[in-house]
Design a protein. Structure first.
Lengths: 299, 317
């Protein structure tokens, strides 16, 4: 009997992943009967309270992607430098303090980071960059970067540390400096692990709710509207968009769910956003997992 | 073969390469500093802003008053502890069993590969999607069904008892969210128990289950404990899922022990609530709430880190 229980629990993770998808999809599906999927995928307006209701994914997806991109641009260099420093350079004494510190950074609850973003970062940005209100896409990106850094740093560090000693020693014996060894041997050998860490960092940032809910404000900024009306001229608006407010997929789900009447089109639309989010992160995770596996096979 | 000129050239080259190395090492170190400094800054800011409030007598025990602008955060701490306990009570048996399956029973086949992939993906599901799942499955399906069979929904007027956000649904949703943490930590820990332990036990005539229960699990216990503490710490700080399935910003009646069937007030949601909804909340109150939450989560993680370091140094085999 106990063995039966163990076997049952063994498969539980599969059951949960499948159930999460099925249940979120089940609650999303009724929307597709009254609202066309192409209008959802290409609509540039999210206005659930207007008549007729508009459920356009584009502004939300664009916000999520841009906030995440901003976060990743900050987090990749910081995360990789930390990983290289931890894995190859830091003396044991510093590493023993720095590594737990990075893990602690990962443990800060997102709502606390969001609070910090609202009370300290946003006013600071408003003052230095002369923004109307500091709550902006940029504030979201910076705060999210600190959630992605630990992911990138710890997984890349693992990958760098597990590069075979023989490779590194061979390089050093040929007269390469330690830096040249890191640059030409360590990083290339750990490349798939590093890519996986970046993918997982992206996954963490795009799925994060509280930070963007609190820090990026609420609404669609003029620059975002500009990008959507003239996609070919997008470069004109991209930078100013980071100084303006936005609504990401996650923040919309969290903030709208309280107002949506159960069983209404709005309610189903929020679950459909959940399906979109699930699919995006699922793909990111599969790719990252494949990269990690490839890295392990090579070593 | 080497003329003075080439020796000089080579050494110059070497020096510049070594200088470059020093420069790049410095740059990498700077990157690490850029990660740590903001973290220290965040902690110090919250500490200075909140410690006065946290040390105010009654703040950690009293109930909020005057629309959450005065009073303490006692019920919120209680609600968070209740969520943590509920989560771990549900997640631990499932997670440990799943890990036992993976290390002791699973063969090298497609099913095992699929399970591992599922664990990775479960860990990557955004927390808000976990919340949507909990809302769809627990609140609106299971809860509504429980109301129906227990007759609450056929009362006049119909009563919504389980079919609403409650402590139980919060714990259940968070349990699924932390499950990958428990499974991974337990599995790591089980793997470090040497084969010889299992072979010795089997050789003495113990069954497979007796071996797992009496030999393998006790040897792996400290590692499992570390994973458990990390999972509880994660559950304590999660906000997005409990917005959907468990939490309310304010209640009119605060029971000393929050009942399973009622919406619950909890620290992370309370922080969000006093920052975004309560217009007249003082900064001291906000910082105090944030610091309390941060201290609880950091406390858990520090214990786990110390436990793990001790463990690594004091392994008996």
């Amino acid at each position: 009997m106990i063995t039966g229980w163990i076997y049952l629990c063994g498969g539980l993770s599969i059951v949960f992943v499948v159930m999460i998808f099925l249940f979120v999809f089940k609650e999303a599906f009724p929307l597709l009967r009254e609202y066309s999927i192409s209008a959802f995928l290409t609509g540039t307006l999210w206005a659930p309270t207007e008549q007729p209701e508009k459920f356009g994914l584009v502004p939300l997806l664009l916000s999520s992607v841009m906030v995440t991109l901003g976060a990743v641009v900050i987090a990749i260099p910081l995360g990789l430098m930390t990983a290289i420093y931890l894995a190859e350079i830091a003396p044991a004494r510093i590493r023993d303090i720095l590594k737990p510190a990075v893990e602690l950074l990962a443990a800060i609850p997102s709502v606390v980071l969001g609070f910090f973003g609202v009370t300290v970062l946003a006013p600071f940005l408003a003052q230095t960059l002369k923004l109307d209100i500091g709550l902006s896409m940029l504030a979201g990106s910076i705060t999210l970067a600190f959630m992605a850094v630990p992911t990138i740093a710890t997984i890349s560090e693992d990958a760098l540390s597990s590069v075979g000693k023989d490779l590194k020693q061979g390089s050093l014996a040929l007269g390469a400096t330690r830096w040249e060894t890191i640059r030409r041997v360590g990083v290339p050998a750990a490349f798939s692990g590093i890519m996986a860490s970046i993918m997982l960092g992206i996954g963490r940032a795009i799925g994060e709710t509280m930070v963007v809910l609190m820090v990026t404000g609420s609404g669609v900024g003029d620059s975002l509207k500009g990008i959507m009306t003239e996609p070919l001229q997008a470069f004109r608006w991209v930078f100013s968009a980071y100084g303006e407010i936005c609504n990401t997929i996650t923040a919309t789900i969290a903030s709208d769910m309280g107002e949506a009447v159960v069983g209404s089109a709005h309610y189903h639309a929020l679950f459909l956003l959940g399906v979109v989010l699930f699919v995006i992160t699922f793909i990111i995770n599969l790719v990252a997992d494949a990269a990690l596996r490839k890295g392990h096979l090579q070593q | 073969m080497s003329t003075p000129a080439t020796t000089l050239l080579r050494s110059a080259n070497t020096t510049s390469r070594q200088n470059y190395e020093k420069l790049m090492f410095g740059v990498m170190g700077l990157g690490a500093v850029c990660v740590v400094i903001p973290m220290v800054y965040i902690f110090v800011t919250l500490f200075i802003g909140g410690i006065g409030k946290v040390l105010t007598p009654g703040f950690l025990t009293e109930i909020p008053s005057r629309g959450s602008t005065q009073g303490g955060i006692g019920p919120q701490i209680g609600g968070t502890i209740a969520l943590m306990i509920g989560t771990i009570v549900l997640a631990l048996p499932l997670g440990i069993s799943a890990a036992i399956y993976l290390t002791e029973y699973a063969g090298k086949n497609a099913l095992t590969r699929a399970i591992r992939m599922a664990i990775v993906n479960l860990a990557g599901v955004p927390s808000i999607v976990h919340g949507l799942f909990g809302l769809g499955l627990f609140v609106y399906l299971l809860g509504a069904w429980m109301d129906k069979i227990s007759g609450f929904s056929s009362l006049d007027p119909p009563q919504n008892f389980w079919g609403r956000p409650t402590l139980l649904w919060g714990a259940a949703t968070l349990a699924i969210l932390v499950l990958p943490i428990v499974i991974t930590a337990t599995e790591e820990s089980l793997k470090t128990v040497p084969r010889s332990f299992r072979e010795g036990s089997i050789g003495l005539g113990a069954t497979k289950w007796q071996t797992i229960w009496k030999v393998v699990l006790p040897a792996a216990l400290p590692g499992i404990l570390t994973g458990t503490i990390l999972a509880i710490g994660r559950a304590a700080g999660e906000t997005a899922p409990i917005i959907l399935v468990a939490a309310v910003g304010y209640k009119t009646n605060f029971a000393p022990i929050p009942p399973l069937y009622e919406p619950v007030v909890a620290l992370p949601y309370h922080l969000f609530y006093v920052v975004t909804e309560v217009a007249r909340a003082t900064p001291a109150l906000q910082y105090g709430t944030a610091l309390t939450l941060l201290l609880i989560v950091f406390g858990m993680n520090l214990v786990a880190i110390i436990l793990r370091t001790r463990l690594r140094n004091a392994r008996r085999w």
